[in-house]
Structure formats: structure tokens, C-alpha cells
Design a binder for this molecule. Structure first.
Ligand SMILES: Nc1ncnc2c1ncn2[C@@H]1O[C@H](COP(=O)(O)OP(=O)(O)OP(=O)(O)O)[C@@H](O)[C@H]1O
Ligand SMILES: [Mg+2]
Length: 284
């Protein structure tokens, strides 16, 4: 009997040692940059749940590293064009024969400097919002006064467009649980896109019921093609038609919308609107 129990004890210790070595080796591989490393332990290993936790940490690390790489390469890409133009214009200024020629090229340079300024600003906001994640506190929010401020800004943007775009608000909720500033920013971003893309009509709907809350922004513009409905939420992604730098931004607006929706424990999605264009929805 004693022999049996000591054999079982030795066996358990050997299994534990083997699994600990596996986790240690996986940890070493991970720290060497092999981000696809995972540990596989049998279901009855005493370290099984430890192995699962290790794997989910490794998975999360891989996703974070990939998204940072993507962001860095997107930022370098955004910087390259205005910098190239600045260098080119600078050489034209140096070689300019007439004052008019010099003036013209200096004006173009100033436009590119403004563009770089805006890019720095957007990136700063994006980074700030990324850092702010743990500070997001949902509170009880009275919809009417909160939405009134968004509506005011929306009407100003519609005014700047200078045509007869109809902006309608449908409010089917009195209160929401949300972070007012961030949620207003998210809805503002959706609204500014809709104002850019709509032909004649935009509708903002706020609803809340026991299953959750939703804000829809509908427009009658060209819509978002099925194949691009995930990509639009990636930072720096822009559709071809909106690559005109004067009219469009950097492609950060929707990435922020999704981030804010996820902090609220929900998500942001896009589909087809009954108005004929895009329907963006924040649900949480
Ligand atoms: N309402 C819409 N209808 C059609 N396409 C849209 C709509 N909203 C966004 N998109 C597409 O998604 C892309 C990404 O939008 P996003 O708001 O992230 O960037 P942006 O508006 O180009 O720049 P930014 O918001 O940073 O100023 C847009 O460039 C456009 O191609
Ligand atoms: Mg936008």
C-alpha cells in the first residue's frame, strides 16, 4: 500500500515537473519574440488552468503587437506624402524667380504644415483615449440635454455644407448609462461622417430597453460595401472616394467610435439603412 502511494506521488511529481518545464520553455520562447508560442497541457494536469491563462496572455500580446505594428506603419505612411511635398515645394521656393512663384509655393507648404498639425492632433487624441480606458465610468445620463448639444454641433456642420440636408432626431429613451463626453464624441464622429456622405437626409435614433441601449446614425448616401464593413473601423482606413484630403480626415474617427463603444461593454457596427445609405450603430 505504502509502495503504491509513493509510486503515485513520484509519478505526480514527475508530471508536475514536466509541465512546469513546458511552461518555462514557452515563457522563454515568448520572451525571445516567438509570439505564436502556446503551451499544451493535458486536461488532468495540475497546471492545466495555468496553461490556459498563459495561452490567453500570449494571444493578447500577439494581437497588441500586431496592432501597434499596423499603427506605426500607417502613421509613417501618412507622414510620407506631406513631407515629400514639403521637400519638393521647398526646392521650388529656393529656385523661384518671381515673388508670385515663391508666394504660391509657400502657401502650398503652409497647407501641408496644417495637415501635419492636424495629424499630430488626431494621433494625440487617439493615444489619450487609448490611455483613458481604465478611467471610463458609466453614469446615468439624461438623454435630452446631452443630445441637444450634439444636435447643435450637427446643425452647425450641416450649415457649413450649405445645402438643404435634413437632420432628424428620434429619441426613444429618457436615460442612458454611459460616459457622456466619450459617447458624445462617438456620436459626433458618426454624424460628421454622415454629413459628409448623405445626399439629402440623416436620422439619429436613440433607444434603450432592458436588453440594452443603441444609437443609430442613418443616412441616404452611398453606404459602406459589405466587404469594407469591418475595415472602416480600422485606424487610418479610408474609402477611395474619401481620399480627397481637403474633404476627408485621417480615417481615425470610426476607430475611436468602436473603441468608445467597447469601453461601454458593447460594439460599433455598420449595415444598410432604410434610408438607402449606411446605418452605423453603437450598441451596449
Ligand atoms: N456614413 C458613411 N457612408 C459611407 N462611407 C462612410 C461613412 N462613414 C464612414 N465611411 C467610410 O469609412 C471611412 C473611415 O471613416 P472614419 O470616420 O474612420 O475616417 P474619416 O472620416 O475619413 O477621417 P476622420 O474621421 O479621421 O476625420 C471613410 O473614409 C469612408 O470611406
Ligand atoms: Mg470620420
Amino acid at each position: 500500500m505504502q509502495f503504491l502511494s509513493s509510486t503515485i506521488g513520484r509519478l505526480a511529481a514527475a508530471i508536475l515537473r514536466r509541465d512546469l518545464l513546458r511552461v518555462r520553455d514557452a515563457g522563454c520562447a515568448l520572451s525571445d519574440g516567438k509570439l505564436d508560442t502556446r503551451v499544451y497541457l493535458s486536461a488532468n494536469s495540475p497546471l492545466h488552468s495555468f496553461g490556459d491563462a498563459f495561452n490567453s496572455m500570449a494571444g493578447r500580446l500577439a494581437v497588441l503587437m500586431a496592432s501597434h505594428k499596423e499603427l506605426t506603419s500607417a502613421v509613417s505612411h501618412e507622414l510620407r506624402h506631406p513631407l515629400m511635398r514639403l521637400r519638393f515645394r521647398h526646392s521650388l521656393v529656393m529656385e523661384a524667380v518671381t515673388p508670385d512663384e515663391r508666394e504660391h509655393n509657400l502657401e502650398r507648404m503652409s497647407e501641408d504644415l496644417d495637415l501635419l498639425d492636424r495629424l499630430a492632433d488626431e494621433l494625440l487624441t487617439y493615444a489619450q483615449l487609448e490611455r483613458a480606458e481604465p478611467e471610463v465610468r458609466l453614469e446615468k445620463l439624461q438623454v435630452a440635454p446631452w443630445l441637444a448639444a450634439i444636435e447643435r454641433q450637427g446643425r452647425e456642420m450641416v450649415g457649413a455644407r450649405g445645402d438643404d440636408l435634413a437632420l432628424e432626431f428620434r429619441v426613444c429613451a429618457i436615460e442612458l448609462r454611459a460616459e457622456p463626453r466619450y459617447l458624445a464624441r462617438a456620436v459626433g464622429n458618426l454624424l460628421s461622417n454622415a454629413i459628409r456622405f448623405a445626399s439629402h437626409k440623416i436620422r439619429v435614433t436613440v433607444e434603450s430597453d432592458p436588453s440594452g441601449s443603441r444609437i443609430h446614425v442613418d443616412d441616404d448616401g452611398p453606404g459602406v460595401p459589405t466587404g469594407a464593413r469591418e475595415q472602416v473601423f480600422e485606424p487610418f482606413w479610408r474609402g477611395d472616394a474619401s481620399r480627397d484630403r481637403k474633404a476627408a480626415g485621417f480615417g481615425i474617427g470610426l476607430a475611436l467610435v468602436r473603441r468608445i463603444a467597447r469601453w461601454h461593454g458593447g460594439d460599433a457596427t455598420v449595415g444598410e439603412s432604410a434610408l438607402g445609405g449606411a446605418r452605423f450603430t453603437i450598441s451596449w
